[in-house]
Design a protein around this ligand. Sequence first.
Ligand code: B1M
Length: 212
Amino acid sequence: MSDFKALAESVMKADIKTAVAETQSALDAGSRVQDIVDNGLIAAMDEVGDRFSKGLIFVPQMLRSAKAMKECMKLLEPLFQEGDVTSKGKVLIATVKGDLHDIGKNLVAMMMEGAGFTIIDLGVDVSPDKFVQKAQEVEPDIVAMSALLSTTMPAMPHTIEALEKAGIRNKVKVMIGGAPVTQKYAQEIKADSYASDAGSAVSKAKELLGIG
Ligand code: B1M
C-alpha cells in the first residue's frame, strides 16, 4: 500500500506529469479514491497552503500546485460520482457585485476543492440577489464572498442582509475575504468568519463546520 509520498511531493513541486502518473498508479494498485485525495492531494495542498501562509512560497507556486492537483482530480472526479468520497461541505463562492477581481477568489476555491469541499463558483460581479437565488437552489454550508476593492466591500453586508430577508441566513455560515477586508470588518457586518489568504480560508472553513 502506497503512502502517497511521491504523489504529494510531485503536487507540491507542481510536477504535473509525475503527479498524474502517481495518481494513475495509485488507482491501478487499488488504492481508495478517498485515500488518494486525503493522503496524497489534500496533504500536499495543506502543506502548500501552510507554506504560502508563512510567506515561504508565493502565488505563482501555489497556482502551479493547484493546477497539478486539478489535473490529478480530473482522473478522480468520475469516481467521486460513484460515491467513494464524501464531501467536507458545500461552499458557494463568488466575488461580490461590482468587483471583477477573481485571482484570489479562484485560489481560495481551488484550495477548498483540494481540501475536499464541493465548490459552486458563481464567478465575479455577483449581486446579493444572485447569491440568495443560488443559495436557495444548492443549499450550501458556507457562503464565501471575496472583494478586492474598498468600494465593493459594502456588497458583503448587503448580501448578508439579502440572506436574512430570504430567511436563510441561519442555514449558512458566511465567510469573507480579500485584500481590503479585515477581521474587524467581518465582526462589524456579522459575518461568521474572515480569512486572510487561501490557506487559512481552508482551515477557517473546517473550523466553521466543526471538521478536524
Ligand atoms: Co485592480 N485594484 N482594479 N485589477 N488590482 C487592486 C485591488 C488595487 C489594490 C490596485 C492599487 O490601486 N494598488 C486597487 C484597489 C484599491 C482599493 O479599492 N483598495 C485596484 C483598482 C483601483 C482597480 C480598478 C478600479 C482600476 C481601474 O479600472 N481604475 C479596476 C476595478 C475593476 C472592477 O473590479 N470593477 C481594477 C481592475 C483590475 C484588473 C481587471 C486589471 C486586474 C484583475 C484581474 C483578475 O482578477 N482577473 C486587477 C489586478 C490584477 C489588481 C492587483 C494588481 C492584483 C490583485 C490580485 O489578483 N492579487 C491589485 C493590487 C494588489 O493586490 N497588489 C489590484 C493576487 C491575489 C492572489 O491576491 O486577490 O488579495 P488577492 O487574494 C488573496 C487574499 O486577499 C485572500 O486569499 C487570496 C490568496 O491568498 N482572499 C480571500 C481573496 N478572496 C478571499 C475570500 C475569502 C478568503 C480569502 O473567503 C471567502
